[in-house]
Design a protein around this ligand. Structure first.
Ligand code: NAD
Length: 446
């Protein structure tokens, strides 16, 4: 009998549907089909590829509501957020496709030489569940515009919504240019080892390391957007209301399941009491509930393994002396209510690891250098934020991260790269340099 993956609604544990796990034979035939489709797709002029891809994503508009509903049911985010994610995917596709196309225009390099950006071949795109369509589309679009064909492995938590999106796109895209495969980690590993040329991955640091090792024998190209453990520093001269609103909003967004969510806050001890009170006031206004509860803004945790991990981080912190200011066990698993913890320490899991839950975890500092050292004392370095007045820029300059926010969240304007430093990334998307990572640089001299 063929193995399946059941998609489970985290709000109530009900099975919504299931998909067949792609077998070894199916995987190799899909790779062969992708290779043969590549020979045609790569020769279609890039502006025609851009137009086709844009039209395919626009066509999702007729299903926006259904896709958003399915996304909410599969991974728990509320209807408004799912709808926003689907709408973002639909409406940014043409914009992204054009940016990629512009970045891949040949460059004249002196009288004899042209630098070209040519397709790599078959791209494996492996994505997570927390933004299941956005994270996939962000990599699928540049890969296809560059002339590659794509084999897409969505997360095992969100296979149905991924299936729906791919089926719709494929009503417009040529055959076998975009294919989907289903499975867990093991299938991802087989895909990486298969005869593909590029792996564009969004997911955890540990999976990224395994992918890098498995891709090495074929020197496959890699783009890896990995996890984070983002710090926030609150200076004594910060606007404390704004800082508290940001700390809570950024810690609780998507039930804390966001790569750049604020995972740890270091606040100047001279303003710490005030800050914690303000944070707690804001946090208490958050409501827990399932995706179709209009008033809820913290949904369920995606699965029981992740729920247990978060609970374990809270227990570890309180057993080592941290104070639980807000939060209790009143919500049934896998819901976790708004949680505020103070007095976190560097040896606690909540400070060391990516917790991925709706928690504002706070420590105080007496000297700014201690805050900077603790902020930087991590293998992760995706984003980092500082709230403060005079001196904030100087602190920002000392923070180690791919993206920094000063009195705001991370993520630059326009076509900025989405990039992690240290073990939060290896290769990136966005910006001319990012788009070119989906192509092979070729120097042609006459
Ligand atoms: P995950 O790494 O467990 O899984 C991501 C995908 O990779 C899934 O499809 C999974 O089946 C597959 N996979 C897992 N192990 C693999 C392996 N060894 N080889 C090949 N494929 C493998 O991550 P997740 O739990 O789905 O997502 C949460 C993680 O993703 C968090 O760490 C979060 O910070 C990160 N994330 C990063 C970004 C970013 O832009 N940097 C964005 C979203 C999520």
């Amino acid at each position: 009998m063929k193995e399946t993956i059941k998609s489970i609604n985290p709000s109530n544990g009900e099975v919504i549907g299931e998909v067949l796990i792609t077998s070894d034979n199916e995987l190799s035939s899909k790779v062969s089909q992708a290779k043969s489709a590549f020979t045609q797709w790569r020769n279609i002029p890039i502006d025609v590829r851009v137009e086709t891809i844009s039209r395919a994503f626009e066509s999702l508009a007729s299903q926006q509501r259904d896709l958003a509903r399915l996304m909410s049911m599969e991974m728990g985010k509320d209807a408004k957020r799912s709808s926003g994610e689907v709408s973002g995917v639909i409406h940014s596709a043409e914009y992204i496709a054009n940016l990629v196309s512009d970045a891949l225009k040949p460059l004249k390099q002196g009288p004899r030489t042209e630098i070209q950006f040519t397709p790599l071949g078959v791209a494996a795109i492996i994505s997570p569940w927390n933004y299941p369509l956005a994270m996939a589309a962000n990599l699928i679009i540049p890969a296809l515009v560059a002339g590659n064909t794509v084999i897409f492995k969505p997360s095992e938590e969100t296979p149905l919504v991924a299936n729906e999106m791919v089926a719709s796109l494929n009503e417009i895209l040529p055959e076998h240019v975009l294919q989907i495969v289903h499975g867990k980690k093991e299938l991802g590993q087989k895909l990486v080892k298969s005869d593909i040329n590029l792996v564009a991955f969004t997911g955890s640091k540990d999976a990224g390391k395994d992918i890098m090792a498995k891709a090495s024998s074929g020197l496959k190209r890699l783009i890896m957007e990995l996890g984070g453990n983002d710090p926030m520093i609150v200076m004594s001269n910060a606007d404390l209301d704004a800082a508290a609103r940001f700390a809570v909003g950024s810690s609780f967004e998507n039930a804390g399941q966001m790569c750049v969510s604020t995972e740890r806050v270091y606040v100047d001890e001279s303003v710490a009491d005030d800050f914690v009170r303000k944070v707690t006031d804001v946090a208490m206004r958050y409501r827990v509930g399932s995706w179709d509860d209009r008033h809820a803004n913290i949904g369920p945790i995606v699965n029981h393994a992740q729920y247990s991990k978060i609970k374990n981080h809270i227990k570890d912190a309180t057993s080592k002396g941290a104070q639980l200011i807000l939060g209790d066990d009143s919500h049934p698993a896998p819901f976790i209510g708004p949680t505020v913890i103070t007095d976190i320490q560097p040896d606690m899991l909540i400070e060391k690891e990516e917790t991925f839950g709706p928690i504002v975890a706070i420590a105080t500092f007496a000297h700014i250098d201690d805050a900077i050292n603790r902020a930087n004392d991590s293998d992760y370095a995706l984003g980092a934020v500082v709230f403060g007045g005079k001196g904030a820029n100087n602190i920002a300059n000392q923070l180690e991260a791919g993206m920094i926010g000063i009195n705001r969240g991370v993520g630059g304007d326009g076509d900025s790269p989405w990039v992690g430093a240290k073990q939060s990334g290896f290769g990136y998307r966005g910006s001319v340099e990012g788009h070119r990572q989906f192509a092979q640089v070729k120097v042609v001299s006459k």
